[in-house]
Design a binder for this molecule. Structure first.
Ligand code: MN
Length: 715
């Protein structure tokens, strides 16, 4: 068991100044807090935080990290409180210890393997200080090293599987390959004990022979490189069992067929030497092209650098090489931590710091960061950029794009949950539906069968699924509305001709009418009546095949119904949202012109009437018949408006007014003028203008005419 003095010695080597007392104090505090507790191994509990702290010292982390490691379990397992930790050790230590505790409390029991990636990302995202995850990894590593003390096999397997799915990939992503390899190997041992033992035996069987082989290759390479004045270190090692096993499974190979279970590593001083050695190896032995990787020229995102190559050796065997500098080797072992340990950079000589300039380069290509804290923050954000991780009330994890709202979450769960969403709780508290979700939130959606989606939601949902489902729902609603409207209208019109609409529905004649108008089914035909695309009379005509006789009646009836409203062709100047090709007309009451806010009203049988939003008739409309419309600005049309001019009579007044209107680009349709006894004149014009702007100009110019004292638009 490691002792506190060993840890202090380790830290003192790379952190030669004072300031180690925080580690001392953390040790004493932790010893007191955990007093009397024992591990499953029978050892005092304190052995665990000591081991974890020792590992962090091995990767040369700062004193805060090492102290936090000693304290990492006190919040969860002892009487210690956050207030106390902060008071004694400061906010930074508390932040880290609380972060580790938070991660320990997460329960993945219901999580599926396919969610592993989300869980990994979430763990990283929640560790808003990279040291939190480093402690968590060391914690897991020690727990794996002592896994044999768990009595239940089921428990051992569960922990091993979680290690393989979650923690080993995190270590890999952060470039801490030493930890990753040990986690994988140990997990493999517990998950597949037979295969593991088999491999151990097979590797041991020809061990002597292999060791000899390793020595031969090492000596040969050293000699070759020395001839070329290259000082190097050559290491030969077995690949770890988990990766051999993985290779056997994934490529369906027998152990004997795996030639490259031994890998060689050549460590040099400079980058140019690395490439030189690569050239020498390739001249010596034939390289396998697809196996060559230049991670020096293109470092992995986790900063890993090395040249990888596999060659055909003297006996026809494959030999795998990793070629790298000493600095790169250090990074490969402790990954992101290697950079963190330079946080207190002033303690390290310039040469080493400079060697890390390439790390900065990688980052500076994306953002301009010099502060190491900020640097790590950016690495963190970079590893998991655009997602948030959300818990369901059952503890499942869902990932959503950043900026997602409870509505997005609801639709992610199920379309019906989204459609019936009435409210949401984040971490047990009611929140507005447009709240932005954050990683780690537990979100509960409240539904009601009576509820339905709102058009407003489209203003804040960000996922494609939510957006399309809401749109779909609105479309269906509009169709249903048109359907019932169409049915009502047909019913009425058919009755006028002594026809029974409902009984005709199932008859052959109706099918023919459907075909005639080019619809798929009767519903679409009826809905199109509701939309105003066709009239009930057109259907009656088709159904009864009395084209000739009905033609006259239709027009007379139409005229009767429409009255003085002139039948107009659909104006392309306005579009109805979500529906094309609707019969449109403009309200005679308010005569809207482009640029003015408008609304549509679904009439019974004659399409949609366009009114100005503030038109008295529009205000009286029942809301469910109202429909969103907008001006089609691409269409150049002119629209009629009525204006009233107040003036005093004079010679040539009417001519001046008419000339003025025409000069300003408006056509006059009609004019009625009344002169009173007192000499005042009221002239009402109907003129055609392009839009509201145009109308404004016409009115303004009219006012300038001599003896005109007021010009207004008639509502
Ligand atoms: Mn622990």
């Amino acid at each position: 068991m490691i002792r506190i003095n060993d840890i202090l010695d380790k830290v003192a080597k790379y952190h030669p100044e004072d300031g180690l007392d925080i580690i001392d104090r953390a040790y004493i505090y932790s010893a007191k807090a955990h007093a009397g507790q024992v591990r499953l191994s029978g050892e005092p509990y304190l052995s665990h935080p000591l081991e974890v702290a020792g590992m962090l010292a091995d990767i040369k982390l700062d004193t805060i990290s090492v102290a936090s490691a000693l304290l990492h379990d006190v919040l969860e397992d002892t009487e210690a409180t956050e207030e106390e930790i902060e008071k004694i050790f400061g906010p930074e230590v508390l932040h880290i210890v609380a972060g580790v505790t938070k991660l320990s409390k997460l329960n993945f029991s219901s999580a599926q393997v396919r969610e592993a990636e989300s869980i990994r990302k979430m763990l990283l995202a929640m560790s808003n200080d990279i040291r939190v995850i480093l402690i968590k990894l060391a914690d897991r590593l020690h727990n794996m090293r002592t896994l044999q003390f768990h009595k239940s096999e089921e428990k051992r397997r569960k922990i091993a599987q979680e290690t393989l799915d979650i923690y080993a990939p995190i270590a890999s992503r952060l470039g801490i390959y030493k930890v990753k390899n040990e986690l994988e190997n140990t997990a493999f041992k517990y998950l597949h004990p037979d295969e593991y033992n088999n491999l151990v035996n097979m590797v041991n069987r020809d061990k002597e022979q292999r060791e000899k082989y390793i020595e031969t290759v090492k000596t040969f390479i050293k000699k070759k490189l020395n001839e070329n004045n290259l000082e190097c270190e050559v290491l030969g090692r077995y690949k770890h069992f988990h990766s051999i096993h993985h290779k056997m499974i994934s490529q369906n190979l027998a152990f004997e067929e795996i030639y490259d279970i031994i890998a060689f590593r050549i460590i040099l001083d400079t980058i140019s030497q690395c490439y030189e050695v690569l050239g020498l190896l390739h001249a010596l032995w034939k390289p396998i092209d697809i196996k060559f990787k230049d991670y020096i020229g293109r470092p992995k995102p986790n900063m890993y650098q090395s040249l990888h190559t596999t060659v055909i050796g003297p006996y026809g065997e494959r030999i795998e090489f990793q070629i790298r500098t000493r600095e790169m080797d250090k990074v490969a072992k402790s990954g992101i931590a290697a950079h963190w340990s330079y946080k207190e950079g002033k303690h390290f000589d310039k040469k080493i710091t400079n060697a890390y300039s390439w790390i900065k380069n990688i980052i500076e290509n994306q953002v301009n960061v010099r502060d190491p804290n900020e640097f790590l923050e950016n690495v963190r954000l970079d590893l998991f950029p655009d997602e948030v991780y959300i818990f369901t009330p059952n503890g499942d994890i869902k990932s959503l794009p950043k900026g997602a709202t409870p509505i997005d979450f609801a639709y992610l769960i199920h379309t019906e949950v989204g459609n019936q969403c009435v409210g949401a709780k984040i971490n047990g508290r009611m929140v507005p539906l447009k709240s932005v979700l954050k990683t780690g939130n537990t979100v509960e959606i409240i539904t009601s069968k009576k509820h339905h989606p709102s058009k407003d939601w489209l203003n804040f949902v960000i996922t494609v699924k939510a957006r399309s489902r809401i749109r779909q729902w609105i479309k269906i609603q509009e169709k249903e509305r048109s359907l019932s409207l169409g049915r009502e209208m047909c019913d009425k019109a058919f009755r006028k001709y002594n026809l029974n609409f409902n009984s005709l529905l199932k008859k052959e004649e109706m099918k023919q009418a459907v075909n005639h108008f080019g619809f798929k089914n009767v519903e679409d035909l009826i809905a199109s009546v509701g939309y105003g695309k066709i009239t009930p009379l057109q259907i009656i005509r088709t159904v009864t095949r009395q084209t000739e006789t009905l033609a006259d009646e239709e027009s007379s009836l139409l005229n009767k119904i429409i009255g003085r409203v002139k039948k107009k062709k659909p104006k392309p100047g306005v579009t109805v949202k979500g529906i094309d090709d609707v019969l449109l007309k403009f309200g005679k009451c308010c005569m809207p012109v482009p640029g003015e806010p408008i609304t549509g009203y679904i009439t019974r049988g004659f399409g949609v009437t366009i009114h100005r939003v503030n038109c008295v008739n529009a205000l009286k409309m029942s809301p469910e018949r109202q429909i969103e419309v907008e001006w089609n600005i691409e269409v150049e049309e002119t629209y009629p408006v009525k204006i009233l001019v107040h003036s005093f009579d004079r010679v040539g007044l009417m001519a001046d007014m008419a000339a003025n209107i025409t000069k300003n680009g408006a056509n006059i349709n009609s004019v009625i003028s009344n002169t009173r006894d007192d000499g005042s004149v009221e002239s009402s014009f109907t003129i055609f203008v392009k839009n509201a702007e145009h109308l404004k100009k016409v009115l303004k110019e009219l006012k300038k005419i001599k003896m005109v004292h007021d010009v207004i638009r008639i509502k």
